[in-house]
Write a protein that binds this ligand. Sequence first.
Ligand code: 8Y4
Length: 270
Amino acid sequence: MSQAQRPRVMGIVNVTPDSFSDGGRFFDPAEGIEHARRLIAQGADILDVGGESTRPGATPVSAFDEILRVVPVIEAIASASAVPISIDTMKPEVARAAVKAGATIWNDVSALRYSPDAPEVAAELGCEVVLMHMLGEPGTMQQAPAYDDVVAEVEAFLLARAFTAMAAGVAKDRIWLDPGVGFGKTTAHNLALLAALPRFVALGYPILLGASRKRFIVGVDPSAREARDRLGGSLAAHLAGADAGVAAVRVHDVRETVQALDVRAAITGA
Ligand code: 8Y4
């Protein structure tokens, strides 16, 4: 009996200062490692480790400090488990240190635009690379985002970034694309992109979808003001992604997401 394919579940491991009580530079990686262990036990297929907050108003982090945060966590996960690790960073130096520590995927919300040498570094590292769409910059991207045709513009952007990566030497089969839910988009933009996921899948690249606990859910359910009250909306968005054939979903709630995707596969599969 064949089982319907389901997207892989990428669990989010934040090692940002907001997730450490002292908020300072020298933190104990034990908390991040423990969180990673928990997500693996819940069924995560990939772990996305990030040491830089892209939230509006977040304090910028130097590459040096970002490396100090993520490398011990990546080394600990890589030595204890075979789960693939992605590094959530815009900085080539951080990606390089992370790959050396055991990461095999560079998840770049800037799609290799943050630094002029990012495409060459991605090629040199030989890792997979996630190219995500963002309109504007993290600090200001939610200030009146506007598009003529959000789906066409995001699609054109992603294809252009894929070609830039390939021109620098990144192999086509190592490139993932991501429409970037919440990154310079209104609720209507995000919903239009979710409705257009089959079109993104048809581009022929693996698609990553990250809707977990994001604010567009509040646009549908105004009572979901707290991130922890957005599980239902997150599951609905990621199930829609599964219907469209996305390769992976990036989530906080790994256990609940694996369960939802497995029930969906049990219904549609067989
Ligand atoms: C509560 C907690 C509400 C976190 C919102 C958030 C994506 C991503 C992020 C994504 C890819 C986030 C690093 C935003 N989102 N990478 N990163 N795709 N590839 N916000 O959608 O989780 S961070």
